[in-house]
Design a protein around this ligand. Sequence first.
Ligand code: MEV
Length: 452
Amino acid sequence: MTVKPIKGFSKLSKEAKTEWLIDNYFDNPEESLALLKSYWHADSKIQKLHDEFIENTLTNYYMPFGVAPNFLINRKMYCLPMAIEESSVVAAMAKAGSFWLERGGFKAEVIATKKIGHVHFVWRGKEFAKLQAFFDRIRDNFFEETADITRNMRARGGGILDIELIDRSDLEPNYYQLKGTFDTRDSMGANFINTILEKWSNIWEKYIATAEELEEEDRKSETIMCILSNFTPECIVRAEVSCPIDRLTEGTDIDPERFAENFVRAVHVARIEPYRAVTHNKGIMNGVDAIVIATGNDFRAIEACAHAYAARDGQYRSLSDVSVENGEFKFWIELPLALGTVGGITKLHPMVKFAMQLLGKPSAPELMQIIAVAGLAQNFSALRSLTTTGIQKGHMKMHLLNILNQFEATEKEKAIIVDSFKNRIPSYQLALEEFCRVRGIAVDEFVKHQEQ
Ligand code: MEV
């Protein structure tokens, strides 16, 4: 079926939008409509809030919200809120929390909190030195003429830290930048920075039009765009765990020296081999994103930045690192995290407010520390499984319920089947066979029925 384009969709009521969608894309209109409506919030005020977060909201999209308790970070106990759909991530996180709780907990430290933004512009003059002299003369105006916009942020101890003129004509003919450095305190700062950059562009174009230092034909700058950079290599946090090697495998029959050796090798592989590094860092981001989402932060920005940072020396590498010296195992991570604990949806989304309360209403730097710890903890759990039992044992144990739910197993069937996998690793095929055995049907018959 070819659907005709629609004009003015965003102006339609929610009901009209839904009707159009159902009529044009679904051959089970009643069922689809009922599904959309079943995800509406019972409280119409909360639903309206969600409707207004974005354009064209039709319903809500659920994700599990779980917690990982027992996180000791800088001698303070936390229970971490996590919004994530992947079966084994919260379980792995909780395991790492308890493991390190018994070994002194996590240490975390914010190294820097600078954010960056640019006015990207074209200038067709020849002598950059003259442009620089002009910039130096009017530099204070960039601070003075944005004083109204920065007043509140300055009152909170932040604001504009610096502005520089940058020559990027080596990359692209006539390409230059005004580069701003900012401290946005507890806010992520995107709106603050972008507002200032747009004002700077006006200031720059206004003054350059009458710049005495420049030839008349060079008194023109064309702004390409004004935008913050989500690459924040100077907004960095470090998290670390350490313990004597022989405590690493306590309570197991694994040799600690061998465990440490394999662990170090696994991290080393992720430092030198990009194919492994991407998966290694994906595991780190399992922990990071889950809290970033639960606390209403922008996981796309965090992801983009983390991966750019992982490739900062020209090769994509592991974000975590490890050492074993004098019998001491040390495992750490350094992550760029531009986060906000005020602004955005932090004071609007009921579950975000809940997550913030759970974390004790942290400042942005404290949240940076918590999230870096989550990344490190998740990475530790993944590497511990990968280098010992293999990842599938824990992963499939958690995923088994998804498979059984897909088969529409009853609670009783689920309990029997889960029990039957107590001492063996489940797989889709094994779960299917076990399910059919318990239900008393032939596997072929059930598969055929599922495919219909
Ligand atoms: C799965 O979501 C994450 C892992 O693949 C991470 C890793 O391999 O380190 C288990």
